[in-house]
Design a protein around this ligand. Sequence first.
Ligand code: NAP
Length: 344
Amino acid sequence: MNEIALTVHQTARPDGFPTTGDFSFVESALPEPAVGSALVENLYWSVDPYHREMMDDVPGGFTLGAPLEGRTIGRIVASRTPRLAEGEIVFHRSGWRTHSVVTPDEIRRLPRFEGVPLSAYLSILGGTGLTAYVGLTRIARLQEGDDLFVSAAGGGVGTATGRFARLLGAGRLVGSAGSAAKAGHLVREVGYDAVFDYHEGPAAELLEKAAPDGIDVFVDNVGGDQLAAAVGALREHGRIVRIGTLSQYNTSKTPPPDFDYAHIVEKSIRMEGFLVRNYLDVQEELYEFAVPHLQSGRLVPDATVVDGFEHIVDAFLGMLRGHNTGKIIVRGHLSEPHANRTRE
Ligand code: NAP
């Protein structure tokens, strides 16, 4: 076990894209668990787009100069409660730090399925996969043969959506992503039929070329002009699954999408947003659906794994700029010190 603990704090509110200067790494002695709690050495961290929203001065946002939160998997290394045993692997939300003190009520025990790596509980079997699964099964209410368009198709939710949609019998699967390399991966590995780079022109034109016969479902991680394009491309009884608004997280200047509202009526379109935290009861169903496919190799988690906790901020910033393919995950392993490190 490492004898020091590192914790990431946010130190400034960004204007636009955040930078490494908005964070600091605070070094301290290992925290001592109080009676009734346990010390966890963290092994895997999730950094997520919603962390960018929490960096702003918003209700429930990150407090400056305090540890951040995030989904994490770790191993209990010292316990002062009979309800948590040393050596146990647990999931908790006190992330962005090498070590966390947790109580039994703050952790979740992860079921272990043979052949399924731990990191999958932060990607395809975790909140990311659950978001994709709920989006398809509960919000889109996907029917066999439905043609889909997925924005930010190369990210965690986007790749999981593509892979699940294939297994659920979707028809034509079209996506958008930020680079040709991502588009290639999505077509070759994930099962998309066509993927366009959204930088290459107006979204409506690119979508029209990729899905000339229209779409039944739009799974939207981005908003903006891709949402407007999808409204135009949707067929009668089309569904828009509003998952996120990546086009707005780093700018307050993006105008709302401009589309013909009459389409919503004339094509009987249903647009519905959701928060995955309101669908935690679907988690068991996701395991039942996905685990056999993971074990048979029909389903593969897409992830970009960044090694070393000291790279967690870079991993987060890189994800906002599209450096990840699949879910971005940070894997524990301390190496060189970080420039922004201070001692508590
Ligand atoms: P992700 O897609 O793995 O990572 C973010 C991706 O967004 C980047 O890789 C980048 O890929 C893309 N991006 C960044 N700026 C963009 C822009 N201006 N326009 C278009 N694409 C942009 O992240 P994720 O965790 O899977 O999350 C995807 C979406 O789901 C987010 O909107 C997130 O907030 C949302 N979400 C919602 C819920 C919920 O409960 N509703 C739960 C989880 C996630 P490119 O290279 O393609 O640009």
